[in-house]
Write a protein that binds this ligand. Structure first.
Ligand SMILES: C[S@@+](CC[C@H](N)C(=O)[O-])C[C@H]1O[C@@H](n2cnc3c(N)ncnc32)[C@H](O)[C@@H]1O
Length: 214
């Protein structure tokens, strides 16, 4: 466990996840391209990203953008740096957790995340941190996977796979009501689109994309 971030990097699963998202990233991206295009449209020239991984969202930034990347899994860093260089994005990479970004109050115009609130240890704490760092009028834009409707077959599968899924994907949960948490986080306005993918990763198919306004 890092004493500065509190993030525990597993010797095998950290690099495995970096490789997994490098290989499957384009497939995931294809599935969520419409939602990402919509919520990431018109991002400013400086963006804070929580858990950028190996850089899935770099394509949604203008070349020349400065990306303040809060990424505690150092196994992701080499690929993220290389991808940012390819896309012409200036990378300000910070080995920190989203719960404690270390950024000043009201310093950011936009914070983005994709597939991260499922994995952080305390999503409500992360959302409070996002509100703290956003300027009034700033936006939090997100694409996340969430719990399926109670009583549905997908919900039952999410429950059944809870432990192995969390083990492989470093604490990831498919059972979080993230729309509810974002709405309860105290933003001035929240717009959320729920949608469903049709991928073989059934537990991961129930998703939301949205924008929360500070
Ligand atoms: C499922 S991956 C998604 C990566 C990328 N955002 C994407 O869409 O491909 C989850 C990411 O969240 C990062 N992460 C996990 N816990 C975190 C935390 N507490 N704060 C910030 N990032 C975290 C992981 O290291 C990983 O890069």
């Amino acid at each position: 466990m890092s004493s500065t971030t509190g993030f525990e990097l597993h010797r095998a699963r950290g690099p495995f996840n970096a490789a997994f998202f490098s290989v499957l990233g384009p497939y995931i991206e294809w599935n969520v391209r419409r939602q990402k295009r919509r919520v990431f449209a018109g991002l400013p020239r400086t963006v804070v990203e929580l858990g950028p991984g190996v850089g899935a969202n770099l394509r949604h930034l203008h070349p020349g953008t400065t990306l303040v990347a809060i990424e505690p899994n150092v196994a992701m860093h080499r690929r993220l740096r290389a991808a940012a260089e390819r896309r012409g994005v200036r990378l300000d990479l910070r080995d920190r957790v989203a719960e404690r970004t270390g950024l000043p109050d009201r310093s950011a115009d936009s914070v983005i995340s994709s597939l991260v609130l499922c994995t952080v240890s305390d999503p409500a704490e992360v959302l409070a941190e996002v509100r703290r760092v956003l300027r009034p009028g700033g936006t939090f834009r997100f694409v996340e996977h969430v719990a399926a409707r109670d009583g549905s077959p997908t919900r039952a599968l999410q429950r059944a796979l809870r432990r192995p899924w969390a083990w492989v994907f470093e604490g990831c949960s498919c059972e979080r009501d993230l729309a509810g948490l974002v709405r309860a986080a105290g933003f001035a306005r929240v717009d959320i689109e729920p949608y469903r993918l049709h991928s073989p990763f059934v537990s991961f198919n129930t998703q939301i994309a949205g924008v929360a306004h500070a």
